[in-house]
Design a protein around this ligand. Structure first.
Ligand SMILES: *Cc1c(COP(=O)(O)O)cnc(C)c1O
Length: 462
């Protein structure tokens, strides 16, 4: 075994990973990358089909992003934002306010998606304390939601497998149905139901709005749930209901932000301005950890007062507003402008669409969900009756491991195969990636013997 692999197995504990399987099987060591491809220590190349877990935007080793970090290093890597201004954090805040939906005027930095959401929850909670409505303490969250792994964000999560064990530690939100039509158990006909899934929300708001601080939602796409997508108009209706009942709307755009859905932010598709918005993942183009929580002047102003009033937002992190991370985030946004990245997505999305039409016809593909540059392909043992494969088969994980043999690196969520390539992928690269995906799904589901040698299955399945 390679020396690095030995040390990894001796010293490291990987995220969302069964380490028993991990240590017993051969693993891939990434040594370098180039554009859309990752390169391992044996020289094998793989398409980065999930953008290094949904973060990479313009490909790896993007010259402008590399240069931004080098230039910033010549000035300063980090100084604290407690009591001091820094230049890249300030300039980035101005730009974030300009590109996010109207009404979001202030930026609070942290380090990752979980902390960005945690900050939003705390701001929403404290806002009502200051507004003289201290009973507004509860949050509404969607079933199947994923907002991060800290105790606060797990509290508003709804993925049983990840969250159940921590229940005694958590505060309890009010859960409403996930708006995913494919899995809907509320209505017989999604075309004509008029979004039955909104009725429980309106009921909760009618009876409990005086106790509810906010509603948190992943707009359009519940990503970690397996790319569950809401029907058109759902988000807009949720916004109208929260306004009607005086409940804050928190949009968690950690996964959907920065072009993934085909527009800069998912909220734009339905002209929604939330009261708070959490951003991370793509914010630095996939280079460095950084997150931002944006909010309105209404919320910000409520925290203003004399020092002795103790209305301060008592929250912060050691690396808040880190200059290196903000510098590369600024370069990321500049590439979006200079290369007209959003405008260039239409033809790529069309290519994905065409290739997915073929994938849909596969015998064990139950549902294909697609929004912009986000795809979830749900495998089913029986397409007609929507009978899943046994969980213990880890079919989704097998497909992903098999795809590596053809040079595509992807990761499943259960039996949903996720495809979320860098926005910079060319139509030619997208075509090749989706052809590998087709072949991998077909071979694993139709001729299981082909992949009997696959190792470490449970190490990559959740
Ligand atoms: C990834 C993700 C998070 C958590 O972000 P981390 O950086 O992993 O803490 C929160 N919300 C959504 C929607 C995500 O996809």
């Amino acid at each position: 075994m390679n020396n690095i692999e030995l040390k990894d197995k001796q010293y490291l504990w990987h995220p969302f990973t069964q380490m028993k399987d991990w240590t017993e099987n051969k693993q891939v060591i990434i040594a370098a990358a180039n554009g859309t491809k990752l390169i391992d220590t044996e020289g094998n190349e793989y398409y980065d089909g999930v953008s290094s877990l949904w973060v990479n935007i313009h490909g790896h080793r993007k010259a402008e992003l590399n240069q931004a970090i080098i230039d910033q290093l010549d000035k300063i890597a980090h100084s604290t934002m407690l009591g001091l201004i820094n230049i890249p954090a300030t300039e980035l805040a101005e730009q974030l306010v300009k590109i996010t939906p109207p009404g979001l005027e202030k930026v609070f930095y942290s380090d990752d998606g979980s902390t960005a959401v945690e900050v939003a929850l705390k701001m929403a909670f404290q806002y009502w304390q200051f507004k003289g409505q201290p009973n507004k303490q509860k949050f509404i969250a969607l079933n199947q939601a994923y907002h991060g792994d800290t105790v606060g964000t797990v509290s508003v999560g709804g993925i049983d497998l990840f969250h159940r064990v921590f229940k005694p530690l958590l505060f309890a939100p009010i859960h409403i149905p996930s708006p995913s039509c494919y899995h809907c158990q509320l209505a017989d006909n999604n075309e004509t139901c008029g979004m039955t899934c909104l009725e429980p929300l309106e009921q909760v708001l009618t009876t409990h709005h005086t106790e509810i601080a906010g509603l948190i939602i992943e707009p359009l796409v519940q990503a970690a749930a397996g790319m569950l997508m809401s029907p058109p108009g759902y988000l807009k209706k949720v916004r109208l209901l929260t306004e009607k009942y005086n409940v804050l709307l928190i949009a968690d755009e950690v996964a959907t932000g920065f072009g993934r859905t085909g527009k800069m932010f998912a909220c734009e598709h339905e002209a929604v301005s939330p009261d708070l918005m959490a951003l991370s993942k793509g914010i630095t183009g996939g280079y460095l950890p950084l997150a931002a929580t944006l909010t309105t002047n209404e919320i910000y102003n409520t925290f203003l007062g004399e020092y002795t009033d103790k209305r301060t937002f008592y929250h912060g992190h050691s690396y808040t507003g880190n200059q290196l991370a903000c510098a590369v985030a600024l370069a990321n946004l500049k590439v979006f402008r200079d290369e007209k990245v959003i405008e260039g997505l239409a033809s790529k999305i069309e290519t994905i669409n065409t290739k997915l039409e073929k994938i849909k016809t596969l015998n064990y593909v139950g549902n294909v969900r697609h929004r912009g540059m986000i795809v979830g392909i749900e495998l089913m043992k029986d397409k007609q009756t929507k009978k899943p494969f046994p969980w213990s088969d880890a079919t989704g994980a097998k497909v992903c491991l098999h795809a590596r043999k053809y040079g595509l690196m992807i990761r499943p969520v259960g039996d949903v195969v996720i495809f979320m390539p860098p926005l910079s992928s060319t139509t030619g690269e997208l075509t090749e990636m989706l052809e590998i995906l087709y072949k991998s799904i077909q071979e694993v589901t139709e001729t299981p013997a082909c992949c009997s040698g696959l190792a470490a299955i449970s190490a990559i399945s959740v």
